[in-house]
Design a protein around this ligand. Structure first.
Ligand SMILES: [Zn+2]
Length: 464
């Protein structure tokens, strides 16, 4: 029988990387020394308050457009004002601009031109299933919705879940030449992708599940023949317009089950889109915190779309949005390179309980072991030694433990927005993030203390 601790009362932990420097949970001597100063790491006691706020942020953000809307809502309530992309440069203050699934925010307290930049970057998009332009299908008496696979989806994770829809619809706007964009979401359990029964797929447990993305992934929405126009009618209803006024859509499916803390001691977060909404959430809250103090740096938040498909878009990290904003609003060409820093924050791979050998043995990565610095000699991550030093010193000041990820030489290494941002801006960049399991699953998994630790580290870096 499992003894369940009372929620909000920190559980007794015998080998905890936050309190035990001999736990072996950290990746280097420096990691362990910072773990020793763990008394004030957890800014909210157990970290659960931050983790629950993260769950609320994720649930408010089923699409990149909703993530931007939720971030904007939080910034506005903290005194930020929105700047139109083409508006004249506003007087100094707390500002943000947005374009589709991307948002750039900054705090300009009239600091002199020699004040360095501190930029937190993350991405709003996650791998998922996106609705095709003509999606209405009829297959063997079922009505289904045709989808495209967006990013590196773990396909099996989308089976046998209740799915809702979200995204944006562009509708006719009177006689205007451009349409009007409407954010839409429907959290009802609208659709499901039923897996083939084991009896009809003999050997599936021995061979592994193989899914055909064209035929196996179209969610079922009802019974009957193909009904061309059914999806457009549903979009019209969601957008509150006549069906003929629906011009186009960017719509995707999401798991409708709410995010939650799991485990008898609530040590984990179970949620969709932790990669990379966890980082977007921490960056947003850290910027809001940095806006309250007048630090020696100019803090910036950059949330990009399309990381999961290569970033080469107008609102991706390879696009002009950040560079244009830095030049137009923050005098990039006059800012010092020395001391300026980009924190490219994205999910890190935690060591899996049954596949530990997929990690480099000298670099284990634990859930609730603190933020993870990511290194790669071939610059798949932008991290370099001077950048690591800046982050380590900040982590020491904040009392946050750090871990380090580096790939095995016989395993491929992923990448993220760090190298792209470094190349576009010319600023020193460090890749880091929170450890998670099940990356790119429809439902991901991380420690419940790590989001607060990341928030603390980013707040220190933006404020000092
Ligand atoms: Zn990511």
């Amino acid at each position: 029988m499992v003894v369940v601790s009372t929620p909000d009362v920190p559980a007794e932990v015998s080998h905890d990387p936050w309190t035990d420097q001999n736990s072996g949970m950290a990746g280097s001597p420096q990691d362990r020394s910072s773990a020793q100063r763990s008394g004030d790491i957890d800014r909210n006691g157990s970290g659960r308050e931050t983790a629950r706020d993260l769950c609320a942020y994720v649930d408010a953000s089923p699409s990149p457009y909703h993530a931007v809307a939720e971030t904007a809502r939080r910034l506005i309530s903290a005194g930020f004002t929105e700047v139109d992309l083409d508006a004249p440069v506003p007087p100094p203050g707390r500002h943000f601009l947005r374009s589709g699934g991307a948002l750039i925010a900054w705090v300009d307290d009239e600091q002199p031109a020699n004040v360095p930049l501190r930029i937190v970057g993350a991405h709003t998009d996650s791998p998922n299933l996106r609705v095709k332009p003509r999606p209405d299908r009829g297959d063997h008496g079922f009505q289904r919705v045709g989808v495209e696979v967006y990013g590196g989806v773990l396909l099996n994770s989308w089976l046998d879940r209740e799915l809702g829809l979200s995204g944006r619809v562009v509708v006719r706007d009177g006689g205007a030449l451009a349409g009007r964009t409407v954010l839409v979401r429907d959290d009802r359990p609208l659709a499901r992708i039923p897996q083939l029964a084991v009896h009809l797929d003999p050997g599936v447990n021995e061979k592994g599940l193989v899914l055909d993305p064209q035929d196996d992934l179209a969610p079922v929405t009802g019974l009957g023949d193909q009904d061309s126009g059914a999806f457009q009618r549903s979009m019209a209803t969601l957008a509150g317009v006549d069906v003929d006024d629906v011009l186009a859509w960017d719509i995707m499916f999401h798991d409708v089950a709410p995010s939650c803390l799991t485990g008898p001691d609530e040590e984990f977060v179970s949620a969709p889109r932790l990669d990379d909404l966890l980082s977007c959430h921490a960056g947003t809250e850290a910027l809001i915190e940095a806006a309250e103090g007048k630090g020696p740096c100019l803090p910036v938040l950059a949330l990009f779309d399309h990381e999961e498909v290569g970033s080469e878009t107008a609102t991706g990290a390879a696009g002009p949005l950040l560079h244009r904003t830095l030049r137009r609003h923050l005098g990039l060409s006059d800012r010092p390179l020395e001391g300026s820093l980009v924190l490219s924050v994205d999910g890190a791979h935690g060591t899996h309980p049954s596949r530990g050998h997929r990690h480099d043995p000298e670099h284990p990565v634990r859930l609730n072991g603190g933020p993870v610095l990511k290194a790669n000699a071939r610059a798949r991550y932008a991290t370099d030694a001077p950048g690591v030093a800046l982050v380590r010193l900040a982590a020491e000041r904040a009392g946050v433990p750090l871990q380090t990820f580096v790939s095995r030489n016989d395993m491929p290494c992923g990448s993220t927005i760090g190298p792209i941002t470094a190349a576009r801006t010319g600023l020193r960049t460090v890749d880091l993030g929170v450890a998670q399991l099940a990356m790119h699953s429809a439902r991901e998994f991380c420690g419940s203390r790590d989001p607060a630790a990341l928030h603390g580290l980013l707040s220190e870096l933006l404020s000092s």
